[in-house]
Design a protein around this ligand. Structure first.
Ligand code: XMP
Length: 326
């Protein structure tokens, strides 16, 4: 489709000046498209939807309503950051829905990875639909579609749209960054004043921590994933690895092994650390994390995360391992 092709004349956005120019142009275009209409946006807190939100706030202010669905599979501190940045600092209309119980109840006992993704995706659409129906006169749906999503759709995971909404809920789409590549989105996000933690965030899958809690998700094991991930991120940031390593996270597999704690036998989960570098996520190499840092992280995780008695480091490149575990 012609309007889904990046114009050849479009300059690559690499500097703050080019970003500002892009923002000014888009604000004008958004104001023209939207007029005095109302816009809805599913705001995950990822860089793409955050950039779209920040641009729309500048363009149409309170005509925008952002819906942040907490599916219970977000990383530690993420919902709080979305509320702080968009509601408190940018004064946006933000609907925050804590749907943790709904998602985790639906996921109880679901072991198949594809089925888990379907449950999460399906429930997300239902929660979003319910919120959309509570609002009157919404004409537009904004999406953080970026150019790779268009190029990849049908081939790989196109993970950005809220496709699947029922037919009686039809909106005109607003996609202001659909011709941008990820690095350009980040330059624009920085220029819009979004915090670095949002702009330079590592990729995070739509199904969230759900794919890092292999097999049937339980609340206690999910907490072990969330807490160990928070420790890993904190230590990588403190030790200068945050901007250097492409993606890093923890996984808590569904088995227990024997250990010893306070002179007693323990029977607890292991935490697996994964830290990889890649250009396009099709192949990946393992980061050579300093051994002393791995030991320090191990000590913190085994003492601070309930239910964990071991820490393992995944040495597997892609192939043969994928980056995620499900
Ligand atoms: P794999 O595991 O296939 O991951 O080597 C490659 C990249 O894609 C991300 N990923 C996902 N992103 N929804 C997403 O939005 C998903 O279901 C999903 N699965 C994997 C993964 O984090 C890595 O960056």
């Amino acid at each position: 489709m012609a309007d889904n092709k990046r114009p050849e004349s479009m300059e690559r956005i690499t500097t703050p000046e080019l970003a500002q120019q892009f923002i000014d142009e888009q604000i004008k275009a958004l104001q023209e498209q939207i007029g005095d209409g109302k816009v809805l946006l599913a705001l995950s807190g990822g860089v793409d939807s955050s950039v779209v939100a920040a641009m729309l706030i500048k363009a149409v202010g309170k005509q925008l309503t952002c819906v942040h669905v907490n599916h219970g599979l977000l990383r530690k501190g993420e919902p709080e950051q979305v509320i702080e940045v968009f509601r408190n600092q940018m004064n946006a209309n933000l609907v925050y829905v804590d749907a943790t119980d709904r998602f985790l109840d639906k996921l109880a006992g679901v072991t198949d990875p594809e089925q888990k993704r379907k449950v999460i995706g399906g429930e997300f659409i239902r929660v979003f639909e319910e919120e959309a129906r509570k609002l009157d006169d919404i004409r537009f749906l904004a999406q953080g579609t970026i150019y790779p999503d268009i190029l990849e759709s049908g081939v790989v995971k196109a993970h950005h749209n809220v496709g699947g909404l029922p037919e009686d809920l039809t909106f005109e789409l607003v996609e202001p960054i659909k011709f941008l590549f990820k690095d350009e989105v980040r330059v624009v996000g920085k220029e819009l004043g979004l915090p670095d933690g949002m702009v330079y965030r590592q990729p995070f899958p739509g199904p969230g921590l759900g794919v890092r809690c292999p097999g049937a998700i339980t609340r206690d094991r999910l907490e072990a994933v969330r807490e160990s991930d928070a420790i890993l991120r904190e230590e990588f940031a403190k030790n200068g690895l945050e901007g250097k390593v492409w993606q890093y996270f923890t996984v808590v597999p569904d088995f227990k092994s024997t250990g010893v704690r306070d002179d007693k036998r323990s029977f607890e989960w292991p935490v697996i650390i994964r830290a990889v570098n890649t250009r396009d996520a099709m192949t990946a190499t393992v980061e050579d994390v300093p051994f002393a840092l791995l030991q320090h992280i191990t000590a913190r995780i085994t003492s601070e995360v309930p239910g964990v008695n071991r820490v393992l480091y995944d040495l597997t490149p892609k192939p043969t391992g994928t980056i995620e575990y499900e």
